[in-house]
Design a protein around this ligand. Structure first.
Ligand code: FAD
Length: 317
């Protein structure tokens, strides 16, 4: 079922969970355990991240370094197919511009269509770790909106090869990312919102937001979106802070602000357990307030850890 249909038919705030593919060499059991732990919350869908290749350097003879490309967390499409068949649960693969030519994207979308996946989240993707700045493939997409248009074309039966006539029209429901505190490269929020609006005009049907720790940022973002005429559902993305190290790593990796009060509480916590408790309680407060405000759903970034997410979901059921 399409995410938009889940939202339209929901009797109360729906839950959804983002999953991370296991590291290469691990099996899929951890994913199954996470899904099984979270099934009691009757999720509308789970989405599965996609991870770009990374460069690693190996020392070869005479001290020279050889550059190798590795994909450390492959398996997004396989995980989506496995979960939807095992649990009869809708899955949303993230598909990204980075590392893909248009032809490879087309073939991946055909695979997804054939295994019965009806939803995708289209993203530009993060830069390769060692590169710092996003670089598209020579025949790839530079921005999420271009990838979105490829999916929208396939939904109209238009493939890359102009000689293909009467082709199968896919039925993907297309989601996109939104940034309550603006995307880190955008000159300002207004500019970021203009691009988001373009994505909606070109076929985006729902937004999932970047994590935020102050609900005011989400409410303000939604109000600005509505003012711009962006009228699709905007699912708030939530993540509990669970370690002291995340006081620095979350702003560094996700370009988000942490409120003074939360930082202060975490800094004063004496034990790892106390940090976790504070982070979970904070997230419960956020989730309850969002639910009371009538958000269409609560989207949780599990980052491979089901327990804190389950604690929060239980508290806001
Ligand atoms: P875009 O929409 O392409 O925007 C990138 C920047 O360019 C923005 O500043 C925007 O304002 C601007 N812009 C947009 N369109 C244009 C245009 N046509 N011309 C000029 N400027 C433009 N990353 C992964 O690698 N894998 C994942 O699985 C993943 N999942 C995510 C899930 C969610 C919910 C979110 C919020 C992010 C996720 N990311 C993931 C991170 C995401 O890929 C990065 O934030 C990336 O830097 C931007 O992606 P985007 O789709 O928002 O890009």
């Amino acid at each position: 079922m399409k995410i938009t249909q889940h939202i339209a038919e929901a009797k109360s705030t729906l839950f959804s969970f983002e999953l991370l593919p296991p590291l290469k060499g691990e099996n899929i059991q951890r994913i199954h355990q996470t899904v099984e732990r979270l099934m009691e919350f009757d999720p509308a869908f789970v989405d599965v991240t996609y991870h770009r290749e990374e460069y690693v350097y190996h020392e070869v003879q005479s001290g020279l370094l050889q550059k190798r490309t590795v994909r450390k967390r492959p398996g997004t499409v396989g995980i989506c197919a496995a979960i939807s068949h095992k649990y009869n649960l809708d899955t949303v693969p993230h598909i990204i511009c980075g590392g893909f030519t248009k032809e490879e994207t087309e073939n991946a979308l055909i695979d997804l269509d054939f295994v019965g996946v009806e939803n995708v989240l289209v993203l530009r993707g993060d830069p390769i770790r060692s590169e710092g700045r996003f670089k598209a493939e020579a025949d790839g997409h530079s921005y999420a909106i271009d990838l979105l248009n490829q999916v929208a074309d396939m939904n109209r039966g238009k493939y890359l090869d102009p000689d293909l006539k009467n082709s199968n029209a896919t039925q993907f429901c297309i989601g996109v990312a939104g940034y309550p505190e603006k995307h880190f490269e955008a000159p300002n929020l207004a500019s970021d919102l203009r691009w988001l609006k373009r994505k909606v005009e070109d076929g985006a049907e729902y937004v999932i937001t970047q994590m935020f720790f102050d609900n005011a940022a989400y409410f303000d973002f939604v109000a600005k979106c509505r003012k711009q005429g962006i009228d699709i559902p905007i699912l708030p993305g939530l993540k509990p802070l669970t370690t002291k190290g995340q006081l620095n790593s979350l702003p560094q990796n996700f370009h988000v602000n942490l409120p003074d009060e939360l930082v202060d509480l975490i800094e004063r916590a004496k034990t790892k357990e106390a940090v976790k408790e504070i982070g979970v309680e904070w997230c419960i407060r956020q989730a309850k307030e969002l639910k009371d405000a009538g958000v269409p759903g609560l989207h949780f970034y599990t980052m491979g850890k089901a327990d804190p997410t389950a604690q929060i979901a239980k508290a806001v059921l």
